[in-house]
Design a protein around this ligand. Structure first.
Ligand code: SAH
Ligand code: SF4
Length: 344
């Protein structure tokens, strides 16, 4: 049987467990700080713990959630994509993107994805399983350690890798809470962004929780027929239901929402779609993040042109809707949005 993963435990559970082992109270915090402040990965590094306790932890827990099996660097060295093997042999990917000041990592929440968006490599591979909270946490800690060794730190975490985070709601939020823990990694909720395909019930639940985490919604089309042809989940949660939930979110939390839009040449980068979208977003506290489609094997659509992208943005701006055309990152290593799919 596979050992439990140490990153799956919140501090409270670790404390209860060590207490049941008759360890003094401060031990749990020592383990916790070793993991989340010193980024130790092997029990040998926990030299502040008695050997007997280290052995016991070693027999109960795995400290090694992810084995990096391949590391790809983009030609400009600014983007690093790591493929990790999980304990059951399945694989996931996580990406580090260096900008001028920001160090953003993009993490996965599932192996594959059940949502089947036609333009997405992860969707094309289908769903294998959810990641545990610890497997999500471990991706962040991997890059935290790597940057720490360079005297650097992660500034932002985007939950935009493989999988649909709101299909794995509990584990995703538990992972963020764990990374947020002030006694541990202490990574502010405001520096996380969760991106969802638009699972309405989960958006509503998230709204009620009134968290500081940023929310992004993958929209990609401004009418149901087009959206359903690109994102099959739209048949279950049509556009207006999603936008109603988004409106409630902004009203309840006072927070701006980001809408994501992969611009596909001649499909959703047209002036008609831009006008339609502007109408739908009227009065909603939001921002549109458009990105030229990243090509994937299973989808014939092509990226928009610079001219169409600029026109799309200009139309939204005329309605007072802020829109950014994002840079595509890591294209040469298949690390762009929607290009993550482990070949196993
Ligand atoms: N499942 C979540 C998060 C992971 S996908 C979601 O769908 O929001 C992260 C982002 O990449 C989403 O906005 C998604 O629509 C987008 N994306 C997927 N495939 C893409 C592609 N081929 N080119 C550009 N963006 C893509
Ligand atoms: Fe899943 Fe997001 Fe890809 Fe759609 S775009 S298949 S929801 S990972």
């Amino acid at each position: 049987m596979a050992l439990s993963l140490i990153y799956d435990l919140p501090l409270s559970e670790l404390t209860t467990l060590l207490d049941s082992w008759n360890e003094p109270e401060y031990r749990a915090l020592q383990v916790w700080q070793g993991l989340y402040q010193h980024f130790w990965v092997s029990l040998e590094q926990f030299t502040n713990l008695p050997i007997a306790l280290r052995h016991k932890l070693d027999t109960e827990f795995s400290f090694n959630a992810l084995s990096p099996v391949s590391i790809l660097r983009s030609s400009d060295k600014q983007t690093v994509k790591t493929l990790f093997k999980l304990h059951d042999g399945l694989a996931i990917e996580a990406v580090l993107m260096r900008y001028e000041k920001r160090r953003t990592i993009c993490i996965s929440t599932q192996v594959g994805c059940a949502m089947g968006c036609v333009f997405c490599a992860t969707g094309q591979m289908g769903f294998r399983r959810h990641l545990s909270s610890g497997e999500i946490v471990a991706q962040v800690m991997h890059y935290a350690r790597l940057l720490h060794d360079e005297g650097d730190v992660i500034t932002n975490v985007v939950v935009m890798g493989m999988g649909e985070p709101f299909h794995n709601y509990e584990n995703t939020l538990a992972a963020i809470d764990r990374l947020n823990d002030a006694e541990g990694y202490n990574f502010g909720a405001r520096r996380f962004t969760i991106s969802t395909v638009g699972l309405v019930l989960a958006i509503r639940r998230f709204t009620l929780e009134k968290r500081q985490i940023n929310l992004a919604i993958s929209l990609h089309a401004a009418d149901d027929a087009l959206r359903s042809s690109m994102l099959p989940v739209n048949k279950a949660y049509p556009l207006d239901e999603i936008l109603n939930a988004c409106r409630d979110y902004t009203l309840t939390t006072g927070r701006r929402i980001t809408f994501e839009w992969a611009l596909v040449n001649g499909i959703n980068d047209t002036p008609e779609q831009a006008h339609l979208l502007a109408g739908k977003l009227k009065g909603l506290l939001c921002h549109v993040n458009a990105i030229p489609l990243n090509p994937t094997k299973g989808y014939g659509g092509e990226p928009t042109t610079q001219r169409h992208a600029n026109l799309f943005k200009k139309i939204l701006n005329e309605y007072g809707i802020p829109c950014t055309i994002r840079l595509r990152r890591g294209m040469d290593i298949q690390a762009g949005c929607g290009q993550l799919a482990s070949k196993d």
